[in-house]
Every structure is written in structure tokens, then in C-alpha cells.
Write a new protein. Sequence first.
Length: 126
Amino acid sequence: MDFIMKDIGFYTHFPYGKLDIAGDEEYGFRPYQLMVSSIAVCSGGVLRNVLEKMRLEIEDIHIHADVKRIEEEANRLEKIHLHFQIKGLHLEEKKIEKALQLAQKNCPMVQSVKGSIIIEESFELI
């Protein structure tokens, strides 16, 4: 990946399009937003795959991420709480709990920050 400086921030190109990144969200995505997005969407994608392999009928997954940062430590990410709202047919809480454990264990982004950012997960069935 190559990142090119602009007046404020940087940009890069991917096959899907241009990505603007800056500390000021008027000029692009903020780095912490990209990190939280990567963790949330990776977790959601792996969870979806696990649920499909368990042959559960999933209609929709909505992910809400709450982020806690530590201002005194360069505003670093301390904790991300991911709350999954899962809609489907004949879903059982125990199977969803098991799927969440497997998803966290198999999500590369969660595993990459393990030990430095606390990742908590919860869910509700819709």
C-alpha cells in the first residue's frame, strides 16, 4: 500500500476507490475510525460465516461499536464494545454465544490487537 500526502492528511487508492485519511474528519476518515471499522466489520464477517456454517438462517446483522479512548495516553483505544443485533429464524442464544466466541477467536483484526485493546461483545436477537 502506498499513502500520498495531501494538504491535510493522506490518501491511497484501492481497487474499490480512493481512501482519504486525516486527523480531521472534514478531510477524510480518522485513523481510529478505520481501526474500529476494521475490527467491527471483520468480527461481523467472521460471525456471519460461522453462523452460516452452523446452518442458522440469518437475515440481518447490525453492529454498534462503543469506543473508549485514553486521552492521557495519546488518546489511544482502550476498549471497543461491539453489540450485534441479529435477525434471523429459529435462533438460539446458546448457539449465538458459541458463534461469537468462534468469531472472536478467528477474526484476524481482533487477534491483531489482542493484549492492547479490550474487545467486548454482546448481542441481542431481533
